[in-house]
Design a protein around this ligand. Structure first.
Ligand code: IPD
Length: 290
């Protein structure tokens, strides 16, 4: 079933953020059309924090479009945390005001290589609480949504995480993150090795944090962990996972800190705790100190 704005609407009964949610859905779908077209065209590629941290003109185009449309539609909203604006020096601070948290293309490296695992991610927080998340898998035309207290859906089908608690029966997802220095790579590989020694069925890297997290929300994987992702990779997906019944926490085993650049998520608390206990920390700093 193709996504449309309508089939995502959950009877809300007075949700104050209904209009914002609908706007996010429409913009994510519109952004998806632009990204799908651009995927097959020549791109101008630049690097940001490392040679593996890529950006294209389409990342900027989509981000500008989403922010300008939201500003027109909600003139009282002035807080936007977005990947490319942050890369240009904007501060990344979550206040109590309504805040839009945007990744215009998650999986930019995939996008550059025409590897068809690419998403737009739009999250929305008020009083530092995530209210909804919308993620559009652009090439497969899947629209993932989650609204606080109202469930999580993919193209209208309700999402449910897996109930797996045994690491030796788990399919685990992760992402490499942008750093490629030898010490970081050693820790990254050693973390993967620890999970494989614990006899996890597999560890997968698909090149898009948000879509990996959506796979977790749909029960297609049992756990996800990463060091080096950003709040715009995580915000929308966190609502979707929680509303699908899952756990999103810090790699220390404590509560999630959206700005900490690290996460463990799983279908069950037992699984998330096992993963957190197995991991060695890779320090990526914090988004609010960028
Ligand atoms: C990145 C991707 C990548 C992950 C990085 C993310 P971007 O997002 O999700 O898989 O390893 O940590 O920042 O740069 O493509 O939006």
């Amino acid at each position: 079933m193709k996504p449309s704005g309508e089939d995502q609407a959950v009877p809300g009964g007075g949700d104050p953020w209904e209009e914002c949610f609908e706007a996010a859905v429409q913009l994510a779908l519109r952004a998806g059309q632009i990204i799908r077209k651009a995927l097959t065209e020549d791109k101008h590629v630049s690097t940001k924090t490392s040679a593996a941290d890529l950006v294209t003109e389409t990342d900027h185009l989509v981000e500008d479009l989403i922010i300008s449309e939201l500003q027109k539609r909600f003139p009282s909203h002035s807080r936007f945390i977005a990947e490319e604006t942050t890369a240009s020096g904007a501060k990344c601070v979550l206040t109590h005001s309504p805040t839009w948290i945007i990744d215009p293309i998650d999986g930019t490296c995939n996008f550059v290589h025409r590897f068809p695992t690419v998403a737009v991610s739009i999250g929305f927080a008020v009083h530092q609480e995530l209210e909804f998340g919308v993620i559009h898998h652009c090439t497969e035309e899947r629209l993932y949504t989650g609204r606080r207290g109202q469930g999580a859906f993919c193209n209208g089908q309700r999402l449910q995480v897996s109930g797996e608690t045994d690491l030796s029966k788990a399919l685990v997802l992760t992402e490499i993150g942008p750093k490629r220095d030898p010490a970081t790579l050693k820790l990254f590989l050693s973390n993967m090795e620890r999970l494989l020694h614990a006899k996890a069925h597999g560890v997968r890297v698909i090149g898009s944090s948000t879509l990996a997290l959506c796979h977790l929300a749909s029960g297609a994987a049992d756990a996800y962990y990463q060091f080096g992702l950003h709040c715009w990779d995580l915000a929308a997906a966190t609502v979707i996972i929680r509303e699908a019944g899952g756990i999103v926490m810090d790699t220390s085993g404590g509560p999630l800190d959206l700005m900490s650049c690290r996460v463990v998520a799983a279908g069950t608390r037992e699984m998330a705790t096992l993963i957190a206990q197995a991991l060695q920390t890779i320090n990526y700093g914090r988004d609010d100190e960028l």
